[in-house]
Design a protein around this ligand. Structure first.
Ligand code: SAH
Length: 239
């Protein structure tokens, strides 16, 4: 086997830490990203014809967790963290060889001032993720409407309600000049309830924080059986 795998590109993503990243692509359409080609692959001809495709496959390395090893059994989050399945029966990040795959929307192929990059939406990737390969998505073969998927058969839904405090809303409106769909983006990220399974049944107020783009976003899960989330503050790192 030819073992020298060399990344071809790096992802620039609004998701700066693993917490709160959607667990599959296209669950959150507002997540925009760039796939920026590395010097050895920074050639327009390498992507000639790619702009004809609406979606592409990204093969990537789970670089943040690759050194943490893997286990034969994992607890898929959608089973509430209570049940174990074999690593190859899941899309877990901790796996032998640490490779992931995501079908994402290709918005634009760009080449400017000597740099090649792709604009993407609906990604589920951490900032800095190394891309190992890119392939066009082929609907006639890759789309399987009759496929069944056992414990992961439907899109995950939660009952979480998401609201903004008055001051967070003002801050959000301000930052929307830079990040146009910010409010809907935040709502959709929180609606998927990123809390770890073991915290979901806790009572009382729970405080959380996450970073999207360069923004620190703080929120609380409050009352009514932990089904209400309120965003309390949005601050920029760079101001
Ligand atoms: N669609 C891919 C990824 C599924 S796992 C696949 O099926 O192979 C998705 C999770 O991977 C995200 O929720 C995020 O927490 C994690 N993740 C994304 N990019 C990562 C990276 N570069 N390193 C480690 N974990 C990452």
């Amino acid at each position: 086997m030819h073992s020298a795998i060399e990344p071809i590109a790096l992802i620039e993503s609004p998701y700066k830490q693993k917490f709160a990243i959607p667990r599959q692509p296209r669950l959150i359409e507002e997540a925009t990203a760039r796939c920026v080609f590395l010097p050895n692959f920074n050639r327009e001809e390498f992507v000639r014809g790619l702009e004809e495709f609406s979606h592409i496959w990204l093969i990537f390395q789970f670089h943040e967790t690759i050194d943490k090893g893997w286990s034969p059994l994992v607890r898929p989050p959608r089973l509430g963290g209570n049940e174990k399945k074999g690593v190859f029966a899941t899309r877990a990040t901790h796996r032998p060889n640490g490779l992931g795959m995501s079908a994402v929307k290709l918005d634009k192929v760009n080449y400017e001032r000597g740099q090649l990059w792709l604009d993407l939406t609906g990604i589920d990737l951490l900032d800095g993720t190394p891309i190992i390969d890119i392939k066009p998505y082929l609907p006639y073969s890759d789309s399987l409407p009759n496929a069944t998927a056992g414990f992961a058969d439907t899109r995950p839904e939660t009952e979480l309600e998401v609201s903004f405090s008055q001051s967070a809303l003002t801050q959000c409106n301000h930052y929307q000049n830079t990040y146009p769909n910010l409010q809907q983006f935040i709502v959709n990220v929180l609606k998927q309830d990123p809390r770890p399974a073991y915290k979901k049944n806790r009572s009382g107020v729970q405080d959380y924080a996450m970073t999207l783009y360069d923004l620190n976003i703080r929120w609380q899960v409050i009352g009514r059986e932990n089904k209400v989330t309120e965003i309390s503050a949005i601050d920029s790192d760079t101001l």
